[in-house]
Design a binder for this molecule. Structure first.
Ligand code: ATP
Length: 434
């Protein structure tokens, strides 16, 4: 374990959670919040409203941990058993808290009623527990020792959970061992590398005990690399991060597109605006997704000339001047057509840089020759055209289109990053990327 990181576990309790009727929103929130407090969440569990099961899980989760947080099951009804389970796990009886009972009495008196018998449960706490005030509901939380760990029991409704956490628990957390080890995070965004290719290149730094710890997330062709450094002081944490980032840049340089944003379109827009490079797009299977991504960036009007959506062969001929003969000989999904589309977009708009896409997004329309997932990209830069070919797994129309969109944006990015140079001057130059 990295220096100082307190070990934590989160247990979300409720029949509706394990039945899949409601989605657990509390655990992700708690994980992030605990991470920010310097804890490492090692386990998250969902549990039904079952007292023996909760008691057993709480005791288990507490083993070797500094902090366990449970949420849910603090309500007044008989199926809300978390308080009983917590007392059982702590090995102490439940006791009624006079102040909480008085608070409940005031709450109900405002409606002209006495405290219903069932609501009296909400004034019960494990002996010796410290009560965590709930400013937005009737069920306070509490914290109590379970074995060597602290157990904090919080209400389930997200609004109440966050209020009790921030109001009553967070101010006390510095007293838990392992709290407050400084955690600094950075991200690096890559395109064109699979997770396994990434691991092959820099896997040695992905050791779970490394500091900074590295995690990767793959999304639509983009790899998000997350670095998390822990240290006693900010200067040390920054130093650790910068050193590792420099090593990653050196090892992965051409694939790194940003350390700020995971949106390729923003990077393309910034490069095009900086270099004053007019852009155009010609899309078939992505139906304008590339143009939509680019035009989502404010200020892009200074460089974005036009986006063609040429879905039919007729449109490819009429709008982009794709020779009919190319379509007949090679088919719409082919390298020559991709190149002709990019050329058409470049020539007809005066753009210095244009990208085109033609592919089989699926689910239908694939052949042995041209399977679902096959896509060709054309790139026009300063009068020259090239193409790239990609074969995506048949993972569904939406994903194929999303991958293709990012690929097209990345072709624009690399061309811009290279200053538009290096463009071969012949028409048919083969693949851009293997
Ligand atoms: P209450 O006094 O409201 O009963 P409680 O602590 O007993 O509070 P639960 O009965 O477990 O909380 O949950 C109450 C409601 O809060 C649920 O029906 C659900 O709408 C919401 N909720 C509980 N847990 C979660 C969770 N993990 N994620 C999202 N919503 C949740």
């Amino acid at each position: 374990v990295s220096p100082g990181a307190g070990r934590a576990a989160v247990l979300a309790i409720g029949d509706e959670l394990v039945a899949g009727e409601i989605h657990d929103r509390n655990s992700p929130w708690l994980c992030e919040r605990l991470g920010a407090e310097g804890f490492r969440v090692e386990e998250v569990r969902l549990l039904p409203d079952d007292e023996p099961e909760i008691a057993r899980s709480l005791a288990e989760a507490a083993r070797g941990r500094d902090l366990v947080i449970s949420d849910g099951g603090l309500g007044p009804t008989l199926d809300d058993v978390t308080r009983h389970a917590a007392a059982r796990a702590a090995g102490v009886p439940l006791e009624e808290d006079a102040a909480t009972l008085a608070g409940l009495a005031t709450h109900w008196a405002a409606r002209g009623l006495a405290v219903p018998a069932s609501n009296r449960r909400q004034a019960l706490f494990p002996a010796g527990a410290a009560i965590l005030a709930n400013p937005v509901g009737t069920a306070p939380g509490f914290r109590v020792r379970v074995g060597g760990a602290w157990l904090a029991v919080l209400p389930g409704p997200p609004r109440e959970l966050t209020a009790v956490f921030e109001g009553a628990l967070a101010p006390w957390l510095p007293q838990v061992p392992g709290h407050g080890a400084l955690v600094l995070r950075r991200r690096m965004h890559l395109f064109g590398l699979s997770e396994s290719a990434f691991a092959d290149r820099v896997g040695v730094w992905m050791d779970r005990d490394a500091n900074p710890r590295i995690g990767v997330l793959a999304r639509e062709g983009i790899l998000i690399v997350k670095l998390e450094a822990r240290a006693a002081g900010e200067a040390t944490a920054l130093e650790l991060l910068e050193a590792r980032l420099a090593e990653l840049r050196a090892a992965l340089g051409e694939h790194v597109f940003s350390e700020e944003t995971d949106d390729l379109a923003q990077v393309v827009a910034r490069l095009a605006l900086d270099g004053d490079v007019p852009l155009a797009t010609a899309e078939s299977c992505t139906g304008g997704l590339v143009a939509a991504r680019l035009t989502a960036v404010p200020g892009i009007s200074a460089v974005f000339r036009e986006g063609f959506v040429t879905y039919s062969n007729e449109a490819k001929v009429a709008r982009l001047g794709v020779p009919r003969e190319l379509l007949e000989r090679h088919g719409a999904v082919s390298a020559p057509v991709a190149e002709a589309m990019a050329r058409g977009a470049g020539e007809r708009t005066g753009a210095r840089l244009a990208v085109s896409i033609t592919g089989v997004a699926g689910p239908g329309g694939g052949t042995a020759d041209k399977p679902v997932g096959l896509a060709y990209f054309g790139l026009w830069r300063d009068g020259a055209v090239e193409h790239a070919e990609r074969r995506y797994p048949a993972f569904g129309r939406d994903l194929v289109r999303a991958f293709a969109t990012n690929q097209a944006l990345d072709l624009l990015r690399t061309a811009l990053a290279g200053g538009l140079r290096g463009a071969p001057r012949s028409v048919d130059t083969g693949r851009l990327v293997p």
